[in-house]
Design a binder for this molecule. Structure first.
Ligand SMILES: [Zn+2]
Length: 298
């Protein structure tokens, strides 16, 4: 499921082909991109850490699942592995990008394309696009689905564009661990006990959201308060490209937000007595925890 960086290259090229401006994609104006009589549970959410980049779409698991046009479209771009010998482009395997008039949707790792895609340019909502698979850089069969707004030049969280009843999230996020990043190593710490911070090293927490059981999703939003003052926060409604770097809607780059799977509490933690961490999933279920820290500063 490593494809964020590579799609960046692809999208930069595609930007030259910018479409016309359409309606705002962050309304529930798109249908699900897969057959809905089956039940799905997402395997990855938007904005998760992919170690060096934000996950820029959602992952819907399954092999051979019918992938459907979420609204009327024209075919903008298609990479067919059989027609593209040698290095696989962008890691997306069999890849399709549709234009809905200012908003694009993308479909990666497809097992195969539907016949209509090979022949026709114009598609109607509900048309079969192909079948999900695990072509390209993919850790198991799934559809990586992304939405790109050409006007904002932003990747949009697809869950904001479609009916939320087709996946289940009844659990709020939780904090799995704390860690400190020092010049030579990253080590986990226990916030309930005294720990040592001799410099303003950045402190992190591993935030994880679960759906029904043990899904390992990222959170939709988080905020950190040091002694009552907000120190950092991010919402994964979209990521946009600025100065050659993908950023959250609040302008944070990947390195500002994450270290591996850990989320930043900033470098200011060393001087704080109290840290409050708030996070929520996209269905609004909240985590709020306050820690009284005992930091040994020298
Ligand atoms: Zn993905």
């Amino acid at each position: 499921m490593k494809h964020g960086l590579k799609i960046t290259v692809c999208l930069s090229a595609l930007l030259l082909l910018k479409g016309v401006t359409g309606e705002n994609p962050t309304t529930h104006s798109f249908d699900w991109p897969v057959e809905k009589d089956k039940k799905y549970q997402l395997s990855s959410t938007f904005g998760e850490s992919r170690l060096d980049h934000f996950h820029n779409g959602i992952d819907i698991p399954g092999k051979g699942t019918k992938v459907l046009a979420p609204k009327n479209a024209r075919v903008l771009y298609r990479v067919h592995l059989d027609e593209t010998p040698g290095e696989m482009p962008f890691g997306g395997g069999n890849l399709l990008v549709l234009d809905h008039g200012g908003t694009w949707t993308g479909y990666m790792h497809l097992q195969s394309f539907a016949e209509k895609i090979e022949k026709e340019e114009t598609l109607s909502k509900g048309d079969v696009l192909g079948f999900s698979g695990d072509t390209g850089h993919s850790g198991g069969a799934h559809l990586h689905y992304f939405i790109y707004d050409t006007k904002e030049q932003a990747m949009i969280n697809p869950l904001l564009t479609m009916d939320a009843t087709h996946y289940h999230d009844t659990k709020p996020p939780e904090i799995k661990a704390w860690g400190v990043l020092m010049p030579d190593n990253f080590s986990t710490v226990n916030p309930e006990k005294t720990f040592r911070l001799t410099q303003d090293y950045p402190v992190y927490v591993w935030l994880q959201d679960h759906g029904l059981t043990s899904e390992r999703w990222g959170v939709y939003e988080y905020h950190v308060f040091l002694d009552g003052k907000e120190a950092i926060g991010a919402r994964f409604d979209k990521v946009f490209m600025k100065d050659g770097v993908w950023r959250t809607s609040s302008g944070l780059a990947f390195e500002d937000v994450y270290f591996r799977n850990f989320t930043s509490l900033t470098r200011g933690v060393r001087r704080a007595k109290q840290v409050k961490i708030e996070a929520q999933d996209i269905k609004g279920q909240k985590l709020s925890e306050t820690f009284q820290l005992q930091i040994q500063r020298n």
